[in-house]
Design a protein around this ligand. Structure first.
Ligand SMILES: Cc1cc2nc3c(=O)[nH]c(=O)nc-3n(C[C@H](O)[C@H](O)[C@H](O)COP(=O)(O)O)c2cc1C
Length: 167
C-alpha cells in the first residue's frame, strides 16, 4: 500500500480515555487506579467496560465486591492521575495522601471523586479475561455530573469537559 508501513501492535485504539476507577474493599478501605483500557459496551441496558490487570490491588477489590466507579478526568487533576497510576493501594492509602474530595455512591458502596466532572457508578455483570487484562463489564447504576454540564433534558455537555490529555 503506498505511503503506509507496518507499525507496533500495542494499545493501538486511540485516543484513550483518561479515567480513574475508584473502588472499596470489603474491609471499607477506599482505593483508585488509572485505567485507559475502557469503553462503552452497551447502550441498552447502559454498560461500560474497564480493563484491569490482575496484579493491580484494585483488581482484588473489584473481584470481591463487584462494584466500581468510573471517573472522567479533567486536566486539573493531572497530578492525582499520575500518582494513582504509578503507586499501589497495596502500600498506602493513595486517596488520603492526595487529599482528594470523596463523595459516597448513591447506588453502590464505593467512593465518587468529586473533582471529576462525571462519575459513573457500576456493578459488575460479567468479566472476560482477554490476555494481560480482565475486562469488567459494569451495568451503569447512577451517573453524577457537574451541575453546569447537565442540560434540562439530563444530557451531558461532553464538549464542555476539558479532558486530561495523555502524554
Ligand atoms: C496512563 C496510564 C494508564 C494505565 N492504564 C491501566 C489500565 O488500563 N489497566 C490497568 O490495570 N492499569 C493501568 N494503569 C496502571 C495502574 O493505574 C497502576 O498500576 C496503579 O498503580 C495500580 O494501582 P492499585 O495497585 O492501587 O490498583 C495505567 C497507568 C497509567 C499511568
Amino acid at each position: 500500500m503506498p505511503d503506509k508501513k507496518p507499525a507496533a501492535f500495542g494499545s493501538v485504539v486511540n485516543p484513550k480515555p483518561p479515567l480513574i476507577v475508584s473502588c472499596r474493599g470489603k474491609d471499607g478501605r477506599n482505593n483508585a487506579l488509572v485505567v485507559v483500557y475502557a469503553c462503552n459496551c452497551s447502550y441498552d441496558p447502559p454498560m461500560v467496560m474497564v480493563g484491569i490487570v490482575p496484579s493491580r490491588y484494585s483488581y482484588g477489590l473489584i473481584k470481591e465486591t463487584g462494584i466500581f466507579v468510573v471517573n472522567l478526568v479533567p486536566e486539573s487533576m493531572r497530578e492525582a492521575f499520575d500518582y494513582l497510576g504509578t503507586h499501589s493501594g497495596r502500600d498506602e492509602d493513595k486517596l488520603a495522601w492526595l487529599g482528594l474530595r470523596l463523595g459516597e455512591g448513591v447506588k453502590v458502596k464505593a467512593p465518587v471523586l468529586l473533582d471529576c466532572p462525571v462519575s459513573i457508578e457500576c456493578s459488575v455483570v460479567d468479566s472476560i479475561r482477554t490476555g494481560s487484562h480482565e475486562m469488567f463489564v459494569g451495568r451503569i447504576e447512577y451517573v453524577h455530573a457537574d451541575e453546569g454540564l447537565v442540560g434540562t433534558d439530563g444530557k451531558i455537555d461532553w464538549p464542555g469537559i476539558e479532558y486530561l490529555r495523555l502524554r
